[in-house]
Write a protein that binds this ligand. Structure first.
Ligand code: F1P
Length: 345
C-alpha cells in the first residue's frame, strides 16, 4: 500500500505538483502555515505531520481533533491552509469542520483520503489520495502508514516552497526507503507475537514516547484498546512523573517507543522510575542502539531507519502487538465491539 501511495509522485528528489491534482501550485504557494484536523488514528497522523512540517519545512502547524475544532471560535492567521485527514472521507465531525472552516478565512482545503468517491474528496480544493483502498477492518492500520507517507511528500513539497531544497531531497529519499524498511520491520512479527503473551491477562497498559514518537505511542495505545479492549493510555515520557507514575506497579506493563540512543538517554530516568516500582518495561528501540534486555527490562529491536520515516516504521510493531494480543484474547480484530468503520453521525 505504501508503494502505491508513492507511485509516480516524485522524480529526481522533487514532489510532483500533479500529485495534488490540477491547479495545485497556486494554492500551495499561498500556504504560510497549516491547520490539520482529523479524528482518531487520522488525528495521530496529523500530530506526526506537525513535527515534520516544523522541522523540515519550517512551516508552523497546528493540529486539532475535528470533534473539538467545530465547537470553538477561531482566529485564523493569514495564509493558513486547512489540511483534512480521513481514511473514509465520510467522518461526520471531519466534514462538519471542513464546511464550517469555509467561512473562517482559510486559503483553501487540502485533503488526504483513501476513498476517491468520498464526500471529503468532492469538497476539498486539492487532494492526495493514499491509494491504499478502504480498510478491511474497522481499526485503521494501512490507512495510518499511507496517510503518513502522503504527509511526508506534502511536507517535502512545502520544504521546497520554503527554500529548503535539501530538506525536500532528504524527505523524498527517506520516502523511497520506506517499502524496504517496512519489509524489514515486518520480520519482527515472531518476536512481537511472543511479547503479546505478556499482555493477554493485563487490564491496563501505559505507552510512552517523545516528540513524533509520542504520537506513535498514542497510536499504539489506541490500537491496543480498540481491538483487545485493554485499557491503554499514552503519555509524553516526561509527563510520567506528573501523575501517571502513581499507576505503575507490577500489574502495569509500560511500553516505551525510544528509537535512538539520545531518546533512550532522555527516557532513561523515566524508565528507571518504572522499574523501581516493579513495572515490566518493553522498549521498542532501533537495532543500532546499545540497549540490551535484562530482567523486567525487555528490548524489542526494530530495524534502524532514517529519522524522517522512523515514526512510520515504529508504528508497525505496535500494530502487530495489538493484533497478536487481540488474537490471543479471542476478540474480533476486524469488528471491535461498539465501533463503526466510519462515524457518520
Ligand atoms: C476516523 C476514526 C478511525 C478509527 C475508526 C473510527 O476515521 O476515528 O481512525 O479507526 O474507524 O473512525 P476516518 O475519518 O479516518 O475515516
Amino acid at each position: 500500500a505504501i508503494s502505491d501511495t508513492l507511485e509516480g509522485r516524485y522524480s529526481s528528489g522533487r514532489v510532483l505538483e500533479s500529485a495534488f491534482g490540477p491547479g495545485a501550485g497556486e494554492l500551495l504557494d499561498k500556504a504560510k502555515r497549516l491547520q490539520i484536523v482529523a479524528c482518531g488514528t487520522s488525528y495521530h497522523a496529523g500530530l506526526i505531520a506537525r513535527y515534520w512540517s516544523e522541522q523540515y519545512a519550517g512551516l508552523p502547524c497546528d493540529v486539532e481533533v475535528a470533534s473539538e475544532f467545530r465547537y470553538r471560535a477561531h482566529a485564523v492567521d493569514e495564509g493558513t491552509l486547512l489540511l483534512v485527514i480521513s481514511q473514509s472521507g465520510e467522518t461526520a465531525d471531519v466534514l462538519a469542520a471542513l464546511r464550517e472552516a469555509r467561512n473562517m478565512g482559510y486559503v483553501g482545503v487540502l485533503a488526504i483520503c483513501n476513498v476517491p468517491e468520498s464526500s471529503l474528496i468532492r469538497e476539498a480544493d486539492l487532494a492526495m489520495l493514499t491509494r491504499a483502498g478502504p480498510e478491511i477492518g474497522v481499526a485503521s492500520t494501512k490507512a495510518f502508514t499511507t496517510q503518513l507517507t502522503a504527509l511526508l511528500l506534502i511536507v517535502a513539497a512545502f520544504a521546497r516552497r520554503q527554500g529548503r531544497e535539501e530538506s525536500e531531497l532528504e524527505l523524498v529519499s527517506a520516502a523511497q526507503q520506506l517499502p524496504g524498511a517496512v519489509e524489514r520491520v515486518l520480520e519482527t512479527e515472531d518476536c512481537v507475537a511472543k511479547l503479546a503473551e505478556h499482555f493477554v491477562d493485563r487490564q491496563h497498559a501505559l505507552f510512552l514516547g517523545r516528540g513524533a514518537h509520542y504520537a506513535v505511542a498514542l497510536e499504539g495505545s489506541l490500537k491496543l484498546k480498540e481491538i483487545s479492549y485493554i485499557h491503554a493510555e499514552a503519555y509524553p515520557a516526561g509527563e510520567l512523573k506528573h501523575g501517571p507514575l502513581a499507576l505503575v506497579d507490577e500489574n502495569m506493563p509500560v511500553v516505551a517507543v525510544a528509537p535512538q540512543d539520545d531518546l533512550i538517554d532522555k527516557l532513561r530516568s523515566n524508565l528507571q522510575e518504572v522499574r523501581a516500582r516493579g513495572g515490566e518495561l518493553y522498549v521498542f528501540a532501533d537495532d543500532s542502539t546499545s540497549l540490551k534486555s535484562s530482567g523486567g527490562f525487555n528490548v524489542v529491536s526494530v530495524p534502524a531507519s532514517v529519522e524522517a520515516i522512523s515514526p512510520i516504521i515504529h508504528t508497525i510493531p505496535l500494530q502487530l502487538l495489538a493484533y497478536h494480543v487481540a488474537v490471543l484474547r479471542g476478540t474480533d480484530v476486524d469488528k471491535p465491539r461498539n465501533l463503526a468503520k466510519s462515524v457518520t453521525v
